[in-house]
Design a binder for this molecule. Sequence first.
Ligand code: SF4
Ligand code: MSK
Length: 650
Amino acid sequence: MTKKNFEGADQESLDLLKKMEERGIESSYDRYDAQQPQCGYGKIGLCCRHCQMGPCNVDPFGRGPKRGVCGADANTIAARHFVRYVAAGTAAHSDHGRSVAELLIATARGEAKGYRITDVNKLHEVAKVFDVSTEGRKTNEIAEEVGEMALAEFGKAYGTQKFANKAPEARIKLWEKLNITPRAIDREVTESMHRTGMGTDQDYKNLIMQACRTSMADGWGGAMIATELQDILFGTPKPTRGTANLNVIKEDEVNILVHGHEPQMSEMVAVAASDPELIKEAEAVGAKGISIAGICCTANEMLLRHGIPLAGHMKMQEMAIATGAVEVIAVDIQCVMQGDEEVARAFHTKLITTSPKAKIDGTEHIEINDENAYEKGKEVVRIAIQNFPKRDKTKVFIPKGKKSDVVVGFTHETIKYMLGGKFRASYRPLNDNIMNGRIRGVVGVVGCTSSILWPDQLPYMELVNDLIANDILVVQTGCAAAECAREGMMVPEHMEVAGPGLREVCEAVGMPPVLHAGSCVDNSRILIACSEMVKEGGLGNDISELPVAGVCLDWMHEKALAIGQYFVTSGVYTLFGTKSMVAGAPDVDKFLSEGLEELVGGKWSFTPDLKEMGTLIKDHIEKKRDALGINEKKERKLYDMEDRRALAVD
Ligand code: SF4
Ligand code: MSK
């Protein structure tokens, strides 16, 4: 059960939860409590609802049924459960990617008013991946063909995902040998659904191998398409300053929260909010201006590209509305709680859904598509302005606490430029610093926040500080990144917490020891960064040889499992901060945590114990360093000019 202490870390969230309780407004924490005790079978993967002879449960202690009505055993039921999670996560990221491909085509054809091709270099890079010729062609022509090629990745009859060719050669060969190179994205999701239905695939290892292939249709397919094409349209993020926490919501301005995942809607709302005519209208109703702030991964997208403030991560969405100072919360897809509607109703706030794929009963729906986004974005802003005078000032409560500064925007391109310099962008200095031990390794700390943990529990902060103190560079995305951003960990000054080696590198380059790389789909950036590290040389021939790991602590969404699975299948040791979701089937559990490593070089660990997790990560990194032969004691050489040049920023 949730412990309802209202004093502690993340006091801003706690203050708002207290206010919500005083006002009788239900939060996700109340609903989590109301759900207790949750189904024990479901928690460990032993509940099957895949046909009407069920639901079937298998008793993990052997006292009850050992099989479902159809004869499916614990391994089959748990593995099918796992595969369906991965397929759903892949579908979510990939459908997002498909929308971006469609938008790129519409933009290239001049059918999407307000959008433009922002990063032409990126367009040319992606054109190479899709074998689209660029010679003597206009940008729009190239963009249209790149968009068409990206769209074809979803349903092509033959061949495999083009972006998978960005992996190191050894990895590509391994995937081919295991027959897990992802084919068409829709095909992998469809096949997963098929194989997990009643009476089809009933071999847990065979099922998990399909989870491998499906997840890669996400990481090296749909999610990578989303990220790369968003960069073409909206710009590849560069180091940018911003602020983060609930109190970015402004007392004297029209406040609009943008929430969800696809930047299409939020970009246009942001553009509309800077329209001088609308600013005048806002002033006419007594506001000092129009303020946009983000929630969830939309917040990450907007913060990284434009420095637009981040109000909070997933589990803070209801609290942000409960400030009573939000005129409109405009949402698109994924991680939007239906509970927002009830909280908004307790205030003057209008919750507006904008995607035809994601409506909420009882809310206003303004459909935003590629053609009308700019006009509809203005409509959303205008609704917020007209709603401002209805704000009940007696209900407004914006917590005073900290507003953290952040420096964000560390894509794999930025890391290359920052470390290598503009004219010789390269991963060489990063690899060298890993080889000489100043940096022991790199860990991606990514993924969700959930209402299972009360706000004063800050697992990401604790783990990340432990890692950087041990000279491990941390790269973050998603809500995990938002938690550390709010906690003020994404500024160069946070290098104070880092170990001496990492601090030395951060000082030389002027970068934070915790790098914000973007939203959930941007985990694909981490795959590319790992591949580039391998290709740079000195750290083995495959991603599985690198001293790296991937972590998600407070995971809740199916997307997080898909991400974890594609990290594992790409050769990365991946740790999740809960008990195993297939704990009821020890064979499946063992296959995920041991068997897979023999096949794909990556493996899973599940543990809610943060200390244990820290130890597992550090031991793994040292083991990889030993295997690479870079742990042999070398005399610590003082920084010479050559080293300094290698680290210099232009
Ligand atoms: Fe039960 Fe088998 Fe149907 Fe699942 S597929 S609900 S185990 S009968
Ligand atoms: S929003 S999927 S809670 S990271 Fe991408 Fe955050 Fe997880 Fe949703």
